[in-house]
Write a protein that binds this ligand. Structure first.
Ligand SMILES: NC(=O)c1ccc[n+]([C@@H]2O[C@H](COP(=O)([O-])OP(=O)(O)OC[C@H]3O[C@@H](n4cnc5c(N)ncnc54)[C@H](OP(=O)(O)O)[C@@H]3O)[C@@H](O)[C@H]2O)c1
Length: 340
């Protein structure tokens, strides 16, 4: 019987995940039953939310059980089908997780047309991260012409799209990213108006200089020191879509903001809108997103970068790296070739 490879959660991490929190296993590739399809994973998407699934702290989603296959979105090929909705050779968006093969009853699978765009984009700029940028920015951030939009993790999957969409909407886009190479890319390749390095000890002063008219939209991806630099510069009626707080995902103690009271006073006096969201809150916007974003990608108005590691066994180290900025662009794992 053919053997597959998978990565399971070996233990719940304390702080930064370690390679020993994961375990590689081999398993018999299953045979699809009535109504089922067998999937071969081509692309596995690695995303910051996976750190949350490794923990059993209360959240909006259930954790991965210890011993369970790590969760994840995939682009997969149907290699055997007993389901009339899918044929051998179909390419589908799935949640097959960190494994080479998986069974599905077809629920939740979405066919991908390989003629429209590279299939990897279904988990990137034309998938969940792109949709997160589009919905959070347009529904909560609501940038207007001439306003200043700031986004951190600006070279990553979500942040890169946020700044480019902000520019399309006529706003000024300022990115914050880790290191010179990422900042150069964000400015020169993605066309942001400015990009600052969050490791610069003078970030707060540089941000102030770079935002002479203050900040109207802060798309929050990271929290931590970046948020503290941004907050004093927010204009009255600024909007803050709270998308992610990656600077805190490995924290071991609940974060106790010492300045919560003065922050709330500013929320009141500046009439700030701070709204957390999960991309699925805006599922009804999916058709609008795909229409706009695929058009912008086709026209070259939205560019994207992929950061690829090879083989499912590379996923643990790649996720550990993603949480501290080792990725440069959308983090993908090539689990198998596009053409088997
Ligand atoms: N709400 C939702 O539905 C939703 C959906 C998707 C993603 N998200 C969130 O969106 C954010 C970005 O996700 P992504 O998939 O686009 O990841 P990404 O930006 O491709 O990768 C994560 C990046 O975060 C940055 N980072 C890590 N620690 C940092 C720190 N302490 N300070 C500043 N930056 C730090 C690193 O970039 P640098 O090298 O630039 O520091 C790293 O490359 C995450 O917080 C994620 O949880 C939320």
């Amino acid at each position: 019987m053919a053997q597959g490879q998978r990565i399971v959660l070996a233990s719940r991490p304390v702080g930064e995940p370690k390679p020993s929190d994961f375990r590689a296993e081999t398993y018999d590739v299953p045979t699809p039953g009535q109504g089922e399809v067998l999937l071969r994973t081509i692309w596995l998407s690695l995303d910051p939310y996976m750190r949350g699934r490794m923990s059993d702290a209360a959240s909006y989603a259930q954790p991965v059980p210890v011993g369970g296959v790590m969760e994840g979105g995939t682009v997969s090929e149907v290699i055997a089908s007993n389901n009339p909705g899918f044929a051998k050779g179909d390419i589908v968006l799935s949640r097959a997780g960190w494994q080479t093969h998986a069974l599905s009853d077809g629920k939740g699978l979405a066919k991908i047309d390989p003629k429209l765009a590279p299939i990897s984009t279904a988990v990137g700029v034309l998938g969940m991260p792109g949709m997160t940028a589009y919905t959070g920015l347009l529904e909560i951030g609501k940038p207007k012409t001439g306003e200043t939009v700031v986004v951190a993790a600006a070279s990553g999957a979500v942040g890169s799209a946020v700044g480019q969409i902000a520019r399309i909407k006529g706003a000024r886009a300022l990115g914050i990213a880790g290191g010179k190479d990422k900042c150069d890319y964000v400015k020169r390749e993605l066309g942001f108006d400015e990009c600052l390095d969050h490791r610069d000890p003078n970030l707060a002063a540089r941000l102030k200089d770079a935002c002479p008219k203050g900040i109207d939209v802060y798309f929050e991806n990271v929290g931590g020191a970046v948020f503290e630099a941004v907050f004093p510069l927010l204009n009255a009626f600024a909007r803050i879509p709270v998308c992610g707080l990656i600077a805190h995902y490995n924290d071991t103690e609940a974060h106790q903001p010492k300045w919560a009271a003065s922050m709330m006073r500013t929320v009141l006096t500046k009439r700030l809108t701070i709204r957390g969201f999960i991309v699925s809150d805006f599922a009804a916007m999916h058709a609008d997103f795909l229409r706009d974003m695929s058009g912008w990608v086709r026209d070259g108005r939205v560019k994207y970068k992929e950061f690829i590691t090879e083989g499912v066994e590379s996923a643990p180290q790649a996720l550990i790296g993603l949480l501290k900025g080792a990725n440069f662009g959308k983090q993908l794992v090539r689990v198998g070739p596009e053409k088997a």
